[in-house]
Design a protein around this ligand. Structure first.
Ligand code: ADP
Ligand code: 5GP
Length: 211
C-alpha cells in the first residue's frame, strides 16, 4: 500500500482502564505510531517528566495556548485543563504516521466533529470491580481522587455508544494486537486509498486504448 496520510486515532476510556499501558506496549511492539503529548494543568505524578508524559503548564499558560489557537481540542477533567497541541499532530499525520491521542470523551467528540475521519476507540476493563482494582492498584492517586474518577466514569459510560470501537482490555497482549488490527484496517478503507485508486485507474485506462 502506498504511503498516504496517517490515521488520527483517539483512545479514551475510564481512568484506570489501562489506556496508558496499552498504548505504551503498542508503540514498543509496532512501528509507525506517533503519540501526541498533551498539555495539562495537573501536577506531575512521581516519575513523570515535562515533555514526556505531558507538557505541564500553569492555568495562565494554558489559557494562552487556547487564545493562540494552538490546540486541536481541550477540555476540563476533574478540575484541570487538558489539551492536544495542534502542530505536532499535523506534522506526523502528513508524514504518514498514525497519530494517537489519549484523551477524555469531551475532547474526543470535539475532534470527531472537526475531523469526521478520526477513529474513536474506547478502552474498558471487563468489569467495574476490575476498574476499581486497577485504579487503586496503580497507587498514584489519593482515595478522594480515585472516587471522583470513578464517579466521572459513570458519565463517561454514557458516551460509549459514540465511539467506533469498544476495546475490552482483559489480557494485555491480546488487547494490544486487537488495537493494532483495528487501526491498521483503517488504511484499507477506500477513502484512505485515494492515491492508490487514482494510480491504478490511470494504469488500467491504458487498456481502454488497446495499448
Ligand atoms: P489509564 O491510562 O487508562 O488510566 P493505566 O494504563 O495507568 O490506566 O493502568 C491502570 C492500572 O491497571 C496500572 O496499574 C496497570 O498496570 C494496570 N493494567 C493495565 N492493563 C491491564 C490488564 N490488561 N490487566 C491487568 N492490569 C492492567
Ligand atoms: P490523567 O490525569 O490520568 O493523566 O488523565 C486524565 C484524563 O485526561 C484521561 O481520561 C486522559 O485521557 C485525558 N486527557 C489527557 N490528555 C488530554 C487532552 O489533550 N485532551 C483531553 N480532552 N483529554 C486529555
Amino acid at each position: 500500500m502506498m504511503a498516504e496520510k496517517g490515521i488520527l486515532v483517539v483512545v479514551s476510556g475510564f481512568s484506570g482502564a489501562g489506556k496508558g499501558t496499552l498504548i505504551k506496549r503498542l508503540m514498543e511492539k509496532y512501528d509507525n505510531y506517533a503519540l501526541s503529548i498533551s498539555a495539562t494543568t495537573r501536577d506531575p505524578r512521581p516519575g513523570e517528566e515535562n515533555g514526556r508524559e505531558y507538557f505541564f503548564h500553569t492555568k495562565k499558560e494554558f489559557e494562552e495556548l487556547i487564545l493562540q489557537d494552538a490546540l486541536v481540542e481541550y477540555a476540563q477533567y476533574v478540575e484541570n485543563y487538558y489539551g492536544t497541541p495542534k502542530a505536532y499532530v499535523e506534522k506526523q499525520l502528513n508524514k504518514g504516521k498514525d497519530v494517537i491521542l489519549e484523551i477524555e470523551i469531551q475532547g474526543a467528540l470535539k475532534v470527531k466533529e472537526k475531523r469526521p475521519d478520526t477513529l474513536l476507540i474506547f478502552v474498558t476493563p471487563p468489569s467495574a470491580e476490575e476498574l476499581k482494582r486497577r485504579l487503586v492498584g496503580r497507587g498514584t492517586e489519593t482515595m478522594e481522587v480515585i472516587n471522583s474518577r470513578l464517579a466521572r466514569a459513570f458519565e463517561e459510560a454514557k458516551g460509549m455508544p459514540e465511539y467506533d470501537y469498544i476495546l475490552i482490555n482483559d489480557q494485555l497482549e491480546e488487547c494490544v494486537d486487537r488495537m493494532h488490527g483495528i487501526i491498521q484496517s483503517q488504511h484499507d478503507r477506500a477513502k484512505n486509498c485515494q492515491e492508490f485508486i487514482e494510480k491504478i485507474t490511470e494504469e488500467i485506462a491504458v487498456f481502454q486504448k488497446g495499448e
